[in-house]
Design a protein around this ligand. Structure first.
Ligand code: FAD
Length: 281
């Protein structure tokens, strides 16, 4: 990435106006850790988002509202009832990278190894985009293709909204990697809602060993309305991924990743079920 100029706005409206004027020559920059991965030679003017008030986590009834420039390290440290993103944050690369990377930067341009998209798909997060107007984009739409397509000239992601886990809800998350700071071979996440012993709903998602982060509708459909048991959850994970395409990852074959996906998603569903039972009692 060729940065030839740097603007440091101190207000959101100033940043939006700069990006509108710059058009394709402008590049919003938060932690800037992705620039090393972007092989573009077109000169860009970076617009620094770090001083425009988009940092922080606040609870608004049953929702956590997370500012787009909140560091992954801050998500990792945050502790509050119903908060689960610390479990995702702690798995992202190394502490140095968590100190710089922002939640917004991790999801506005999705790299194959990005850790947050699967978790936000499972949690049913909502992304808030601000330009001349404000609009909310649900995770399913946001991650249906590369999110950069959604940012009209001068638009920014300002907030990510995730539900706080309430009684009966459980979250599971696994990132399988070869080394402690390695890229994901397969990441799986699930949000499971119990109604007594019955599964009311499941949202399950994957990234890493699939071409782009995706929900797992075959697994979700096989579980909704059924009496929960470990056997049922593991069987659904192994048999319900038929519609998903897998790809080689970190030197592992497609067949290996497919098998890893079924086993890992089974673990994730059991973890979510266990937490849902604990939350309910
Ligand atoms: C060696 C290394 C290993 C890594 N390993 C992992 C890993 O295993 N898993 C993982 O998830 N991540 C990993 N990362 C981090 C990841 O690749 C991204 O670099 C990082 O998440 C981007 O966050 P950032 O804040 O630095 O974003 P930036 O680099 O500042 O921005 C990323 C993209 O998003 C756009 N953008 C940023 N904020 C906004 C906004 N608010 N609105 C609109 N557009 C915006 C930018 O224009 C840019 O295109 C690694 C990084 C490095 C350097």
């Amino acid at each position: 990435m060729k940065i030839t100029d740097f603007k440091i706005p101190t207000r959101l409206d100033e940043a939006l106006a700069l990006l509108r004027v710059l058009g394709p020559a402008g590049l919003p920059v938060a932690g800037a850790t992705s620039l090393v991965f972007i092989p573009e030679d077109e000169p860009k003017t970076a617009v620094d988002l770090n001083r425009i008030g988009l940092d922080g986590i606040r609870r608004d009834n049953g929702t956590f509202r997370i500012g787009a420039t909140t560091r992954v390290a801050a998500l990792q440290k945050h502790a509050a009832p119903g908060w689960v993103l610390n479990r995702v944050a702690q798995m992202l690369a190394s502490q140095q990278i968590r100190n710089e990377s922002t939640l917004g930067g991790n999801i506005c341009r999705v790299f194959p190894w990005a850790d947050f998209p699967a978790a936000l798909l499972a949690l049913g997060a909502v992304m808030v985009l601000q330009g001349e107007t404000t609009r909310e984009v649900p995770a399913d739409e946001f991650f249906s293709a590369q999110p950069a397509r959604l940012f009209r000239s001068g638009e920014l992601l300002t907030q990510v909204c995730v539900p706080a886990l309430s009684p009966g809800l459980g979250f599971g998350y696994r990132k399988v990697r070869q080394t402690a700071t390695g890229f994901s071979m397969l990441t799986a996440a699930a949000l499971l809602q119990l109604d007594g012993a019955t599964i009311r709903s499941v949202r399950a998602a994957m990234s890493g060993g699939v071409p782009f982060p995706a929900r797992c509708p075959g697994v979700e459909g096989a579980l909704a309305g059924k009496k929960a048991s470990e056997g049922l959850l593991r069987e659904a994970a192994l048999n319900g991924l038929a519609g998903l395409k897998f790809k080689e990852a970190e030197g592992m074959s497609t067949a290996y990743i497919g098998r890893l996906a079924g086993v890992t998603l089974g673990d994730v569903l059991v973890e979510a079920w266990t937490q849902a039972k604990e939350q309910a009692s």
